[in-house]
Write a protein that binds this ligand. Structure first.
Ligand code: SAM
Length: 283
C-alpha cells in the first residue's frame, strides 16, 4: 500500500538534508555519497527485477553505511518489513533519526562497526543486504557474508570496479584469485550497474559497479570453506608457480589431481572453482 513511500516523500530533498547537517565527506570512512535519487532508485529497481520480485515487502533489509540516506530512502520505498542500518559516523545517525521520525519502527538504527556485526543472527526471514560499501572494508565484509550466504536471500553491493572484476573473474584471467573462487562457489553473481565517478560526491578516481549475489543451491559447509581457503591461499600466494610446487605440502597430490582430472603442472588460475572444491573434498 506504499505506506513508507508516502512518508519518504515528505522528507526534504537529499541535498537540503546534507547542507542542513553540514555533512562533508570523510575519506577515512570511505565516504563517497550518492545524492541522485534516480541512481539509488535504479540500483534498487534493477536488484528487485533481477531477483524477480516486485518489492521487499515481508523481507528484512540491512544497509551498511547509509551515510546521508539516499539509498536508504530508495530501500524504504520498496516497503521492507524492516530496514536495519549500521553506520559508524554519528553525523549520519542524526540524519537517520529524522527518517525514523517518519517511518517509525520500520527503521532500526545501529551506530557501530559493520565488521563486528553478525547480520545472520538477527530475527526475521528473507534477509537482504544492500550497500554502497565503504571501499576500504568491502572485501572483508563480503567474505564474511559469503561464508554464511545461506542466511541471505540476496546481497546488492557496490564495489570499486577493480574489486568487482576480481569477484567475477573467470579462470585464465589475471584477476582470478581466492576471492573469485569463494564468491563463485557460494553465489550466482549478476552485474547490475556500472557507475562513473561523477555519480558520487565527492567523485572518486575510479569507476564503480553494483553486483547482485544470490546463494547457490548447494553451498559449502564450514569444513569445505576452511579447506578451500587453505588450498587457495597456498596456490595463489605463488600464483606463477605450478601447483606441484605451491601445493607440495598436500599428501599424494599427484594422485588426487589425477582423480579430479587436473595436472600438477597447472597454475592456480587454470583451476576452476569446482575443481578447487573437488580437490578440497579429497583433503
Ligand atoms: N550509503 C551512502 C550513499 O550511498 O550515499 C554512503 C556510502 S559511503 C560509500 C560508505 C558509508 O559507510 C559511509 O557513510 C561511512 O560513514 C560508512 N562506514 C564506513 N565504515 C563503516 C563501518 N565499519 N561500519 C559501518 N559503516 C561504515
Amino acid at each position: 500500500m506504499d505506506t513508507l513511500k508516502k512518508e519518504i516523500e515528505k522528507l526534504p530533498s537529499l541535498r537540503i538534508t546534507v547542507e542542513a547537517h553540514g555533512l562533508m565527506a570523510k575519506k577515512a570512512l570511505g565516504q563517497n555519497f550518492l545524492l541522485d535519487k534516480n541512481i539509488t532508485d535504479k540500483i534498487i529497481r534493477s536488484s528487485l527485477t533481477a531477483q524477480g520480485i516486485a518489492d521487499f515487502s515481508s523481507a528484512f533489509c540491512f544497509e551498511i553505511g547509509p551515510g546521508p540516506g539516499g539509498l536508504t530512502r530508495s530501500i524504504l520505498e520498496a516497503e521492507p518489513q524492516k530496514l536495519t542500518v549500521v553506520e559508524m559516523d554519528e553525523r549520519c545517525i542524526s540524519i537517520m533519526s529524522e527518517i525514523k521520525e517518519r517511518v517509525k519502527d520500520r527503521l532500526e538504527i545501529i551506530n557501530g562497526d559493520a565488521l563486528k556485526i553478525n547480520f545472520s543472527s538477527f530475527a526475521g526471514e528473507k534477509k537482504h543486504i544492500i550497500s554502497n560499501l565503504p571501499y576500504n572494508i568491502s572485501v572483508p565484509l563480503l567474505i564474511n557474508w559469503l561464508k554464511d550466504i545461506k542466511a541471505y536471500q540476496s546481497l546488492t553491493l557496490m564495489f570499486q570496479k577493480e574489486v568487482a572484476e576480481r569477484i567475477m573473474a573467470p579462470t585464465n584471467c589475471k584477476d582470478y584469485g581466492r576471492l573469485s573462487v569463494l564468491a563463485q562457489l557460494q553465489s550466482k553473481i549478476t552485474p547490475l550497474l556500472t557507475l562513473n565517478p561523477e555519480c558520487f560526491t565527492p567523485a572518486p578516481k575510479i569507476w564503480s559497479q553494483v553486483l547482485l549475489f544470490v546463494p547457490q543451491e548447494n553451498v559449502l559447509s564450514t569444513d569445505q570453506i576452511k579447506k578451500i581457503e587453505h588450498l587457495t591461499t597456498l596456490a595463489f600466494s605463488q600464483r606463477r608457480k605450478m601447483i606441484r610446487q605451491s601445493l607440495k605440502s598436500i599428501a599424494n597430490l599427484e594422485q588426487k589431481c589425477a582423480q579430479i582430472g587436473i595436472q600438477t603442472t597447472y597454475r592456480p588460475e587454470q583451476i576452476t572453482p569446482q575443481q578447487f572444491l573437488s580437490l578440497a573434498n579429497l583433503l
